[in-house]
Design a protein around this ligand. Structure first.
Ligand SMILES: Cc1cc2nc3c(=O)[nH]c(=O)nc-3n(C[C@H](O)[C@H](O)[C@H](O)COP(=O)(O)O)c2cc1C
Length: 318
């Protein structure tokens, strides 16, 4: 297994946790990195929101010593805002790299001509990279294969020429949403046209998937496969070493769920976002008997303490 290097940043393995809004907060990143992810990102943050730092944004950029290496993921549409961001060192100095999101399909973000809309204007992506390079941090870009038509080879060439240090390719078009199967074959084609590291993303849920992606490019990024399942990184690492798929372990996963709740309380206290904890927590119920009924009960809970009590009670249901 070859480790991944992004600019000056050397990672201990090629496994990366995907940035995910309402999932990859500080506690979640810690759990996934303890399980074996070598790099994590913040949730995507609009550059404009960073400039105006409200309480929600401050929670999103909360970090700690153990939470490293960490990438800040941003998006936006106006070059002046990226310039203002770069001029305020306190906004980016604590991160190990900065990633530009050019893949978010949400109507609100696309309507603001940010996220995946940028794939329609590759030269604008280049201008943003050049501005971000002024921080002297490693700069990465996360793209889909294209907006409604595939232009990933053109975008990859432009991104490299502008000075980016790595490119993550989520192997679907924006119009595909998340339904169509990710087409990993594009990773090999992108590798042929650029020499910066390529991180492959989309539909990796186990060791065999990670192996297939790493046979085509330099790194593998896992998103949905890690929700309610941080130990997917441990299983992937073991597969990469031994070539054998390990079973999902409900009991070990329950311990991680309890740790997740503890960390949410530790880092967010009264400001804990219960909606988020319930979304992520619901995913931890995978593998328990009568999971549909359990999820129904779980979603009625009203406080983090009630959720903790529920998690303790799950021990009897293994
Ligand atoms: C709940 C959720 C939130 C997401 N938020 C982000 C985000 O903030 N930034 C981003 O680049 N991609 C985001 N994505 C996309 C993932 O990073 C990833 O590209 C996508 O899920 C495909 O990978 P997967 O098949 O491993 O899930 C999100 C996906 C999900 C499911």
């Amino acid at each position: 297994m070859k480790p991944l290097q992004i600019g000056s940043l050397k990672l201990k393995s090629p496994l990366v946790l995907a940035p995910m809004v309402d999932v990859t907060d500080l506690p979640y990143r810690l759990l996934c990195c303890r399980a074996g992810a070598a790099l994590a990102f913040t949730e995507m943050i609009y550059v404009d929101a960073l400039l105006h730092e409200n309480k929600k944004t401050l929670n999103m950029v909360k970090t700690c010593k153990e939470d490293s290496p960490l990438g800040l993921q941003i998006t936006g549409d106006r070059l002046e805002e990226f310039e203002r961001f770069v001029s305020r060192k306190e906004l980016w100095k604590k991160f190990d790299l900065i990633d530009l999101n050019c893949g978010c399909p949400s109507d609100r973000i696309v309507g603001n001509q940010a996220g995946s809309f940028l794939l329609k204007e590759p030269e604008k992506i280049a201008s943003i990279i050049k501005i971000l390079k002024l921080t002297k941090k490693p700069i990465t870009v996360k793209v889909r294969l294209g907006f409604d038509k595939n232009n990933v080879l053109e975008v990859a060439r432009i991104v490299e020429k502008a000075g980016a240090d790595a490119l993550t390719v989520h192997c679907r078009l924006v119009k595909d949403g998340n339904d169509k199967k990710a087409n990993w074959s594009w990773l090999g084609r992108v590798k042929k046209v650029v020499s910066i590291p390529i991180i492959g993303n989309g539909d990796v849920f186990n060791g065999a998937g990670a192996r297939a992606v790493l046979d085509l490019c330099d790194g593998v990024m896992v998103g949905r496969g890690a929700i309610g399942n941080p130990l997917v990184f441990t299983r992937i690492l073991n597969y990469l070493e031994k070539g054998k798929e390990e079973d999902f372990d409900v009991e070990k996963n329950l311990e991680i769920f309890k740790e997740y709740l503890k960390l949410e309380k530790k880092y967010y206290g009264e400001n804990v976002d219960l909606g988020k904890v319930k979304y992520v927590g619901g995913k931890f119920l995978k593998g328990f008997k009568g999971v549909a009924r359990l999820r129904g009960e779980f979603h009625k809970l009203k406080t983090i303490e009630e959720i903790e009590g529920f998690a303790r009670g799950l021990q009897k249901k293994i």
